[in-house]
Every structure is written in C-alpha cells, then in structure tokens.
Design a protein. Structure first.
Length: 460
C-alpha cells in the first residue's frame, strides 16, 4: 500500500525527481494565484494544493512566515477507491472505512506496511506557515504537532482572527492555515493525524479505523534518525475538543450583508429509501440523505448550468426547493429541486443537524461563494434568536462542519449568477442526496450576467 522498495541510486529514478519550481500565474484582482506543484516524489502527487497568496505589493494580515509547508491529509484504501465508492452506491450501504490516513500522500512510520514519511526540515526560531488541507473523502481529522502550538490565521482561504490551539480538526473540504514558531528544543517532532469519529451513536461504526498517520517536523541540524516526539492525540470521539475548534473561530471585522432578503432553514437528514433498479447489489433498502426532506438527484440529460442558461428546457429541474423543514412524518422525496435567488439578494440559512439515528457531523460546502458564520451552537436553533449572532467579526468560509445535534446560521450575498451546489462534503453523502442547488439569477449589467457557454464546450 504505497510502499516502495529501497534501492541504490546509481540511476536516477524519474519517479523520485522533485519539482521545485513554482508556476506563477498572476491575474489582476485581489490575490496572486499560484498553482504550485507539490514538492514530493512524482508518483505521490495526487492532490497538488492550490495556494492563493496576497497579490504583489500587499501582505498577509500577520507577520510574513519564513517558510511555508503544504500539509495535505488524505485517506488510503488497500483497493481502488473508485471501486469502494461504486460498491457503496450499488449496495446502498456506507462505504468501507479507509485502511490508513496519509500526509502528503505518505502514511508515515506507524504503519507496518510502509515506512515512508513526509519530513519538513525547519530552521530554529522561525515562523512556519502550515497549509493544512483535509482531502480525505469521508473522515474528519485531528491534526497535532508534538511540542508546538498553532496560531490559526485562515480557514477555507479566508483570513481569521489569530486563534491559538494545540489541536486542529478539519472536516473533509476544510483548509486551515496555521503558524507555528520553531522555539522548541531542536529535535524531531511528529505531525500526527487521527480520525475524529462523528457518527452518533458511535456503536454504528464498529469498523472505525483509528490508525495514526505521521509526518515529521525536523529541526535543521538534528539527525534524521532521532526518534520523534509524539503528541497526545484526542480520543476519536472527543466532540468537545472538535466543537471548541469548529465553534471558536472568529474572522476579521468586516461589513456583513444586511438586511436579509431570503430566510431559509435547512434540516440535514439521513434515512432510507427503497433500492432503485440501478443499484445492482442493494437488498431491500438503501441509505439515503436529504435536505428538507428532498434527496437530491443530478439530472442525466443536461447540466444544470446549461439548463439554467437555456431556460430549463423540458423541466430539467424544478424551482421548488422548500425554504423550511417539512412537518414530522413527511416522507423523503427524490428530486432535482433548486432555490432561485434574485441577483444580489442576501440569504440567511439556519442549518439544523438533528440528534437522530443515524446522524453524523456534516461538513456543508457552498460553491461559488464564501459565507459568514453568524452563530453556531448545540441543540435546536430558536427561530428569531438573533441575539446569538456575531455581526462584528464572524468567520468567513465555504465549508462548515455542523456536528450531530447542533445548528449554524450562515449568511451570504448572491452576487454570482449561476447554478451553485450546496452539499455535504462527505463523499459518501453526495450520491445519497445530501445536497441542493441555488439558482442565482442574472443581474442587469453585463458584469452580472452568466456568459454563454464557450464554443468548444464538450458535449456528453
Ligand atoms: Cu454528510
């Protein structure tokens, strides 16, 4: 599983060659966008991080780091991951758990089957910016570095107020930029990754893979054979630590869109539906998921964006996604339902993840926009409880973990015309239907209208 035999290096192995030259593409706008190849053996380059830096002439809102280290967290199956997903969809069951976790594509030294380890060499008494990305498919992950604290400065490519912690937790789809200061005793320190099990009740998931992936933070001048120090990791079910991080972040003070034009409450639900005819190994019923009782189905004949541009020929979708939670006992329905939003309208959504069986912490991701997280808490949101809102410095992000038995209030301005997917970022929950789509209408100026498809748009 990703292991590779050691060999003499008389002949350079092209798979071992490292790419060190960043490819820079600047565009006018707020940021310099840097597509930066991964500094890893070529065979391991699976998810190159896409890093956005301040545009030329502007700075970070924190002291510039001396060094940057991308830290991409992932999951590894001892079989083809596409087959894992296919089996889950065809059987209507949850996908099997991964067999290991990875840091920058490598499992680290604590697995018996492979001992390759990503190592970041750092200089003493410098500031290192870790760009941590959870690219795992279905697992929230804890991340710690032995002997060091983090100062979180950004999440999901949005700056935050400085937030100090010794434990990061990232839902699939989340990114966290965190500074560490290398003022520990010069030595070798594990960066460790373990799952945060978010399923409730936890007895549902007896196959939980509680293994640990590691990378190494190595102070320059320390022997690479030094045994690294290991951080104390939270228990996988430690929701207190995870929720403290998820709920504790603040953003930079900025103007929050107001007043609200569209108010919605969206309940996240898991349940069951009868097997459908395409599920060849499904017995009786299939796991399904829904937002406000609607289990989302993608159209098969035409993309939603194409349908929107062409006036929804033949009713590819219906614009009747409900703004509120259906009454108790309403059966789950399947459909391609969207919510139309006037251009530039301000939309507020209460996300509610009920404490039901089965339930799970769903990382809800919005395409096309960042949103402000105005409030978040355990239990059920009390409608109209705006006193809980932070309208001064709420965190801005694009993926919000909504733990089991909790709620969150988010707000965004719909100033980007098009069809925008709003979905759970657990890979397994998308085919189950935990999604909906916002159809943002055109504005009146050329700048605020959806451009036509390019002439060479590939047709499926
Ligand atoms: Cu989910």
């Amino acid at each position: 599983m990703g292991g590779r035999a050691e060999h003499g290096d008389a002949v350079p192995d092209p798979a071992q060659q490292l790419l060190h030259v960043p490819v820079q593409r600047h565009r006018p706008g707020r940021h310099a966008v840097v597509a930066r190849p991964f500094v890893l053996p070529a065979r391991h380059r699976v998810w190159p991080p896409f890093i956005i830096r301040p545009r030329n002439g502007s700075d970070y809102p924190f002291p510039a780091p001396d060094q940057e280290v991308p830290v991409v967290l992932g999951e590894w199956w001892s079989r083809n991951a596409v087959d894992v997903e296919k089996d889950a969809v065809m059987s209507g069951q949850r996908p099997v758990r991964s067999d290991a976790y990875t840091v920058n594509g490598l499992t680290g030294q604590l697995y018996q089957c492979a001992n390759e380890t990503f190592t970041a060499v750092v200089q003493p008494n410098t500031t290192v910016l870790l760009r941590v990305i959870n690219a795992a498919l279905n697992t929230h992950l804890f991340f710690k570095v032995a002997g060091h604290n983090f100062t979180v400065v950004a999440v999901d490519a949005c700056y935050t107020a400085n937030y100090t912690t010794d434990t990061l937790v990232l839902a699939p789809g989340n990114t966290v930029d965190a500074l560490i200061f290398t003022d520990a005793r010069p030595g070798s320190y594990y960066m460790a990754v373990e799952p945060h099990d978010t399923i409730s009740p936890s007895t549902m998931d007896t196959s939980n893979d509680n293994s640990t992936a590691t990378a190494i933070l190595l102070y320059n001048g320390t022997s690479a054979t030094t045994k690294p120090a290991m951080p104390t990791m939270p228990n996988s079910s430690d929701t207190t630590t995870a929720n403290a991080f998820y709920f504790g972040l603040r953003g930079l003070a900025m103007e929050i869109p107001s007043p609200v034009d569209v108010n919605m409450t969206i309940e996240l639900g898991l349940g069951q539906l009868p097997c459908d005819t395409t599920q060849t190994s499904c017995a009786g019923s299939s796991f399904a998921a829904a937002m406000n009782g609607v289990s989302f189905r993608l159209p098969t004949g035409m993309s939603l964006l194409e349908a929107q541009f062409n006036g929804n020929p033949g009713g590819v979708y219906t614009a009747d996604f409900p703004d509120g939670v259906p009454s108790n006992g309403t059966a789950m329905v399947e459909g391609t339902k969207v919510r139309s939003l006037p251009y530039n309208s301000t939309v507020e959504i209460v996300l509610q993840n009920p404490l039901a069986f089965p339930a799970e912490n769903h990382p809800i991701h919005l395409h096309g926009f960042n949103f402000f997280v105005l409030a978040q808490g355990l239990g059920t949101f009390t409608p109209g409880n705006t006193s809980a809102y932070n309208l001064v410095d709420p965190v801005s992000r694009n993926t919000i973990a909504v733990p089991t038995g909790s709620w969150a209030v988010i707000r965004f301005r719909a100033n980007n015309p098009g069809m925008w997917f709003f979905h759970c970022h657990l890979d397994a929950h998308v085919p189950m239907g935990l999604a909906m789509v916002f159809a943002v209408e055109n504005g009146t100026t050329p700048d605020s209208m959806l451009p036509p498809p390019p002439a060479d748009l590939p047709m499926c």
